[in-house]
Design a protein around this ligand. Sequence first.
Ligand code: ADP
Ligand code: MG
Length: 301
Amino acid sequence: MQKVSELFSDSDKTALYQSFAAACSDKDFKDFVYGLDIEEEILMKYTSSLEDAFIECKNCKNCKNLADCKNNEPGYKYTPIKDRNIINFSYVACDKKQKELNDNEYKKYIELFDMPKDIARASLKDIYKEDKRLPVFKYITEFINNYDNEDKPKGLYLHGSFGSGKTYLVAALFNELAKKKNIRSVLIYYPEFLRSLKASFQTTYTEQFNYIKKVPLLLLDDIGAENCSAWARDEVLGPILQYRMDSHLPTFFTSNLTLEELEISLAMTSSGVDKVKARRIVERIKQLTTDLELISKNRRD
Ligand code: ADP
Ligand code: MG
C-alpha cells in the first residue's frame, strides 16, 4: 500500500500542514486531535472535518439535556474513526442517546395492537404508591418470580371500573418481563382486533391468528366491550384460548365485566342465545387465569 506521504506533493503537504497548524493554535482543538491517537501525517489531511468533529465534541461536553442537543444530527456526534491510513467520519450516538436507546431496547419485544402508545412506557417503578399495596401488585411480583418455572403461572382476569388502571398494570408487567427476560408479548385492544381480523379474512388472517395464538404473553384488553358475534366467540376466541390452554401460555384479560357478566354477554349474539358456548369460553378463561378485581378511582383526566 502506498504511504500517505507519497500521495501528496511537497507543496500540497505544506499547504495541508499550514492549515492544520493554524487550527492547532486553538489549544482545545489541538488537545482534541492529538488525543485521538492518530498520526499527525494523517490528521493534517482532515483539518476541516476534524474542526466539525471538535465542535460537536465540545457541544457534548457542555450538554445538560439530550433534548437541547446542538449537534447536526441531534443525539449523535460527528466522530473521527481511523481506518488504516485514512479517517472515516460518522455519526455515533452520544452517551445520553446510547442510554436512551438501551433503555428502549425492551420495546422491540412488545407489540401493541390499537393500544395507546404510551402504554409501552408503563413501568412497575412508576406505579402509584397506593397500587403497590393491592393484591394485583402482589400477583405481578409473584408472576415475575415464577415465570421461569416449568409450570408457567396463570394469567389474570382483571376486571373493574373504567380508568382504574387495569391495562396499565398488565402492561407494566409485560414491560418488566421484556426488560428482564426478553419475553415477547402482544397487547390487543380486543374489540378493534376482531374488526381487523374480520377485514383481513382474504389476506393475513391466518398469519395474525396464529401469531396471537402462540405469543408467550397475550393481553386481550377490554374483552366484553365488543359487539359479540357467534363467529368471534366460536371461531376466534374459543380456538385462541384452547390453544393457549393446551400450550400453557399465560393469557391476560381486562374487562369492565365480571366473569358472570361476561358469560351473559358472550351468550347473546345476533344469531341468538347460546349459553352452552358462552359457558365453555368462560370455563377456559377460568382455567387460564386468576380472577381479580381492581377497584380504584378513575385515573383518566
Ligand atoms: P383501565 O384499563 O382500567 O380503564 P388504564 O390502565 O387505562 O385504566 O389507566 C387509566 C390512566 O391512568 C392511564 O392514563 C394510565 O396511564 C394511568 N395509570 C393507571 N394506573 C396507573 C399506575 N398504577 N401508575 C401510574 N399510572 C397509572
Ligand atoms: Mg383499559
